[in-house]
Design a protein around this ligand. Structure first.
Ligand SMILES: C[S@@+](CC[C@H](N)C(=O)[O-])C[C@H]1O[C@@H](n2cnc3c(N)ncnc32)[C@H](O)[C@@H]1O
Length: 281
């Protein structure tokens, strides 16, 4: 299982869904009573689900919202931040009874699973009504930066990661047919663009991000996949060469931050797919 640090998850999810939850409208959150967020990590989406599912009828009991992840250390961080319910478990063998929830959802989980269909079948088993996935489309990330090399080097790293990873990180387009293949009905899709802006005054997370680029440690988190994608005869550059250019880029970012001239915009498209469990299963 690919592991993620709590710092990476909170940095990449910061501000996500804060601008608009319109793309989540088919999850019908205000009418959900029992929601499971699978592969919840540090629980950023779990909190969004909990807030959006609180009934407009204040007399109704709040929805039960549970976050599940395989990684205990991430759940500990999630639990320390809210009083929501968290459970440890495997997405392909969920520790819940059939129909225990009326919505089972995941965000950025399928792209990390060798057999995403096996997880979706489990989602359909434990949901009495809706199944939803929110997956980033890594092939279409856009970056604009005042450091000229950043756009090019990030594209090289992303392409190498896609080649070197052993799961389907471009699964987005295939999700509706996966839903269809396991018998989900009324399948709908929507797209959310998660825009992350870096501009002065820089937050401490943005300063640490720049320092991680300058030291190469950010790239090293994905060294296995990047080496697999780059250390081949046909690759445009080697991992070591990319890392050296990456560190130089990081130093330019740190310099621009020192005179407040650094600006960066990244847009990550996320595809939201929703399907309904047929009533006779
Ligand atoms: C990219 S992170 C996404 C976290 C969170 N959903 C978010 O969007 O911030 C993927 C998460 O899936 C978890 N994960 C990976 N394989 C899993 C599995 N088989 N069962 C449960 N969780 C898993 C990882 O521990 C990690 O927290």
């Amino acid at each position: 299982m690919r592991r993620f640090s709590a710092a990476y998850l909170s940095r990449t999810r910061a501000g996500m869904w804060a601008d608009s939850i319109a793309a989540l409208s088919d999850l019908d959150l205000p009418n959900r009573r029992r929601i499971l967020d699978v592969g919840c990590g540090t629980g950023e989406l779990t909190q969004v689900l909990a807030a959006a599912s609180q009934s407009e009828n204040t007399n109704a009991a709040p929805a039960r919202v549970v976050g599940l992840d395989a990684d205990r250390s991430l759940l500990d961080v999630a639990q320390s931040e809210t009083d929501l319910e968290y459970a440890q478990g495997d997405a392909t063998a969920l520790p819940f009874a059939d129909d225990a929830f009326d919505l089972v959802v995941c965000q950025a989980l399928l792209i990390n699973l060798p057999k995403p269909a096996a997880a979706l079948e489990e989602f359909a088993r434990v949901s009495s009504d809706l199944v939803a996935t929110i997956e980033p489309n890594n092939a279409h990330v856009g970056v604009d930066s005042t450091v000229e090399a950043e756009q090019r080097l990030e594209q090289t790293a992303r392409d190498a990661f896609v080649r070197g990873v052993n799961t389907d990180v471009s699964i987005g387009d295939a999700v509706p047919s996966l839903f269809d293949s396991i018998g989900l009905q009324e399948i709908s899709t929507a797209r959310y663009h998660h825009e992350k802006r870096t501009e002065p005054p820089y937050s401490s997370a943005e300063l640490s991000d720049a320092a991680a680029k300058a030291s190469g440690s950010g790239l090293d988190d994905h060294a296995t996949e990047l080496r697999r994608g780059l250390d081949t005869e046909t690759a445009p550059t080697s991992y070591d060469e990319l890392r050296s250019q990456w560190r130089e880029m990081g130093r330019s970012i740190v310099e621009q931050m020192q005179d407040s001239s650094y600006r960066r915009v990244e847009v990550v498209p996320f595809d939201v797919t929703v399907g309904r469990v047929p009533s006779d299963t």
